[in-house]
Design a protein. Structure first.
Length: 406
């Protein structure tokens, strides 16, 4: 593995490959567990100017919720090759998992306290960190659950900060956000976001992420449009306002989907502003600070479940919606034909629908000669629309009606 160098000439030896993305690779740094190195696939003078501006920004000095935590994994120094060409950045190493792992139903594996109260706290911390970022003049642009780290205590850190929109403190030049995840873009951002971005761009994606965290990974815009045999994708649903929070009838019901009533009342009101009013008027979308305030209050307005200590729900509900969901999925499983398993929907992802094959995994970016080869396992889709699933949906709807009327 080749060496790279700090601007002072100090060599930095790369260790194990930690991850890869559209721009390049992230490596451990030999001799320390405090930092890691991001090395870019391509280099240019424009990239060098951007990275040099990033490492001089005031956000590099931000702290976190304790001495062992950071709100932002902000680049600390550029890294050069043996010719002095800027090829990457040195940035803090953040232990934990990406938020996408939490949304995939692994709460018990990634959190010390995996109950729904912790989910409320995680959502509130996410909103608070993004509020701090917005107040400092940043626009994140790519609000993806893979750009957010969660530690075992549920503390939140924003990573991939090298792609945000920020202002060069020396020249006053505004440098744009560079990458986007379509599943978290607002309607007006299709087919391509207009730059420069405002914080209203981030507010829509934040609303989606908060609902996902609180609804066990269910993306509110994932699903088949009502009256259609197949889905055209999350992006199409976002453009047309089809979601399970403000327009539940616009999407075909799925077994195990949690009702919007699970959301605390003030949070649900913000979701309506974000997804209904905010779909056509971006000014109506709640700010990150509004989300943080509502989620902070919600943490004090929860009921505990007598059946399961990890269950919690708004005190306004008459019964535990988590137990109702578990019962609906149990009925679905028991009524499945012999030899056929009917798993719950995979939270946070777009499952393969009837008449629609699972999408193949995207190819990894080409690796430079000095990078370690990695194997990639394609994700598998799920299908299986059965009579049992329909019965489970009916049961779940009856339970929701009972909860609401109670």
């Amino acid at each position: 593995m080749r060496n790279f160098y700090l601007p002072s000439g100090t060599p930095i030896q790369l260790g194990a490959l930690l991850g890869e993305g559209r721009q390049g690779f992230v490596f451990a740094v030999e001799g320390t567990d405090l930092f890691c190195a991001k090395i870019y696939l391509e280099h240019s003078e424009e990239l060098a100017r951007r990275l040099n501006s990033l490492v001089q920004a005031p956000q590099r000095n931000w702290a976190g919720d304790g001495p062992d935590h950071l709100h932002l994994a902000w680049p600390q120094s550029t890294l050069q090759d043996e010719k002095g060409v800027v090829r990457g950045v040195l940035m803090p190493y953040i232990p934990g998992v990406v938020l996408a792992d939490l949304l995939s139903g692994q709460r018990g594996d990634v959190l010390d306290e995996p109950g729904w109260r912790t989910s409320i706290a995680v959502a509130g911390r996410l909103a608070r960190v993004i509020s701090l970022a917005h107040e400092s003049g940043l626009v994140l642009g790519d609000l993806s659950p893979r750009n957010i780290m969660i530690d075992r205590r549920g503390r939140v850190t924003l990573i991939d900060c090298d792609t945000v929109q920020f202002t060069d403190t020396v020249t006053g030049r505004r440098l744009p956000a560079e990458h986007f995840t379509p599943e978290y873009l607002p309607p007006e951002a299709f087919p391509k976001p207009a730059v420069p971005l405002s914080t209203r761009h981030d507010r829509f994606g934040l609303g989606i992420l908060i609902c996902q965290v609180l609804m066990d990974g269910d993306h509110p815009y994932v699903g088949i449009p009502a009256g259609s045999a197949e889905s055209n994708g999350v992006e199409d649903n976002i453009r047309h306002g089809r979601n399970r929070i403000t327009a539940p009838g616009s999407l075909v019901p799925r077994p195990g989907t949690l009702p919007a009533e699970l959301l605390p009342e003030d949070v649900r009101k913000l979701a309506f502003r974000c997804f209904a009013e905010g779909a056509t008027d971006a000014a109506q979308r709640p700010t990150a600070a509004e989300w943080a305030s509502a989620l902070g209050r919600a943490g004090f307005e929860l009921m505990g479940c007598r059946q399961d200590a990890t269950h919690a729900y708004p005190a306004a509900l008459a019964a535990c919606p988590w137990c109702a969901r578990a019962e609906a999925l149990r009925v679905t499983q028991n009524a499945a034909p012999p030899g056929q398993s009917v798993p719950p929907p995979r939270p946070g992802s777009q499952p393969a629908q009837p008449n629609q094959p699972a999408q193949p995994a995207q190819p990894a970016p080409p690796q430079p000669s000095w990078a370690q080869p990695q194997s990639v396992t394609p994700a598998r889709g799920t299908n299986g629309k059965t009579v049992a699933a329909v019965l489970a949906v009916v049961l779940l709807l009856l339970l929701v009606v009972a909860i609401a009327s109670g």
